[in-house]
Write a protein that binds this ligand. Structure first.
Ligand code: EPU
Length: 429
């Protein structure tokens, strides 16, 4: 397995540019199959989740052309109904968006239960409740969900929990249905708004994305368009946390500062200076940091996808900080790895009690999932000595060129390939 080797203790300084949002891209790519023409998607992040989604769509008959590393053209017009490629589907959570997209396109879908990061149980009951309300029947057999309908008819759907995935899937199924669908208690994440904007560019009639009531009036046709994905809120937040962890001074470009408000608010509470401009934020520290409590929540609350990174940061802030993970049952598995580096954190269910230590020390650790991997990078950048991170395939799922971006900021980080272990690559991922 490839690994990352970090020599910690270098302050990050300079400018980093943020890539397109993973969680918007993995919803928009399946959405393109609803189009009656060719779609060109720009600002796609060059990450392994996107490669996998493209392989799945291509296996199912979509014609995919890479224009350059961040622009993809998708022609879904020759697709005929088929089952999804199960081995590939298990590689990512967002593969479940093919349920809504295929249901909207062919009135049926046979989709293997999705994979993705392991945070305990990841039910899809709200997705299925939405499909059923729209008029589809489903059954689950040997790990494959089959959903089918004569036609989809608009309806009112109240989500029992705020779910990004269910909101996306219902939007995809409802966009070409008959009549009006209203999703109440919908997710409000920036990627939900981006998906709605993309579908509306194609000719959909979606109103209210970004609030908790989304209204979708079904349309007969969706046309091919050119669309550019929004910047990645979590990638930006990760660089903000890395800048602070090394007590550096970093300007993060190509961001939507509004999307970063919950992260900015918490960093400011810790005593960090965050200056917001039109499309960038500058993060720097000029005084000792203060402890701070965090509770993750659906947008606009503090994002669960920033919880591991902020916990890594708090592990070296004096005093006791409490981190409450209110979205996922089990998103603290990485704490054991941080402890190897000297972090003093105890976990009780969904609460982590973080006793700040003066310094972490480098160690051999393993990324347990995508954001856990990001947290270990942040810990390694701030630690004394050498940190080796294994299982970096998780990190490659969501961060474009992270080694190169951090190196340009002054970090000492190397990607060691398992094929050529003696050669140290600078821009492996
Ligand atoms: N839930 C249900 N029933 C459902 C669906 C969800 O009970 O039918 C619960 C979940 O168990 C969880 C909560 O609702 O407790 C939120 O789950 P949600 O459906 O919003 O999560 P998701 O769609 O599976 C997306 C992101 C995750 C991110 C969550 C929460 C994508 C591809 N994934 O997952 O991102 O943590 O929303 O914001 O958009 C990541 O990028 O690292 C990542 C894991």
């Amino acid at each position: 397995m490839d690994k990352l080797v970090i020599s910690g203790g270098h302050k990050l300084k300079g400018t980093v540019s943020i890539s397109g949002a993973k969680n918007a891209a993995v919803a928009i790519l399946p959405a393109t199959i609803l189009s009656d023409g060719v779609c060109k998607i720009e600002n796609i992040p060059a990450i392994s989740d996107i490669t996998l989604m493209c392989r799945i769509l291509s296996d199912m008959g979509a014609n995919i052309k890479m224009i350059n590393k961040n622009t993809i053209e998708i022609d879904p017009t020759k697709m005929v109904f088929c089952e999804t490629p199960n081995d590939l589907m298990r590689g990512m959570r967002a593969s479940c968006y093919l349920m809504g997209a295929l249901l909207g396109k062919f009135s049926k879908a046979s989709v293997c239960l999705p994979g993705g990061c392991d945070f305990g149980t990841r039910p899809i009951d709200q997705h299925l409740k939405g499909f059923k309300a729209l008029g589809a029947d489903y059954d689950i057999n040997a790990g494959v969900i089959h959903v089918e309908c004569k036609k989809l008819v608009g309806t009112h759907i109240y989500l029992d929990v705020v779910s990004v995935g269910a909101t996306v899937n219902i939007m995809l199924a409802a966009v070409k249905s008959e009549g009006l669908t209203v999703i109440e208690n919908a997710a409000k994440e920036p990627h939900i708004v981006d998906l709605a904007n993309f579908l509306n560019c194609m000719g959909a009639d979606i109103f209210g994305a970004g609030t908790d009531v989304i209204k979708i009036r079904g349309v007969k046709k969706l046309k091919g368009v050119t669309y550019s994905i929004i910047p990645d809120q979590i990638e930006a937040g990760t660089y903000m946390a890395a800048a602070v962890a090394t007590r550096g001074d970093v300007t993060i470009e190509n961001v939507i500062p509004k999307h970063l408000e919950s992260i900015t608010a918490k960093l400011e509470e810790m005593g960090v200076n965050v200056e917001s401009f039109d499309e960038s934020v500058r993060v720097f520290c000029d005084k000792p940091l203060q402890k701070c409590n965090i509770k993750t929540m659906p947008h606009p609350g503090f994002p669960t996808d920033m919880q591991p990174q902020i916990t890594a940061l708090l592990s070296t802030v004096e005093g006791t900080s409490i981190v409450n993970e209110a979205v996922w049952d089990n998103r603290f598995r990485y704490i054991e790895e941080l402890s190897r580096m000297g972090a003093k954190i105890s976990v009780d269910g969904r609460l982590a009690v973080v006793e700040g230590v003066k310094k972490l020390t480098g160690a051999k650790v393993s990324a347990t999932d995508l954001r856990a991997g990001a947290a270990l990078i942040i810990a390694g950048l701030s630690a004394n000595g050498k940190t080796t991170i294994e299982n970096i395939n998780h990190i490659e799922r969501g961060y474009e060129n992270i080694v190169e971006k951090l190196t340009n900021l002054g970090a000492d980080i190397k990607h060691i390939s398992h094929i050529f272990p003696e050669e140290e690559e600078v821009s492996g991922i």
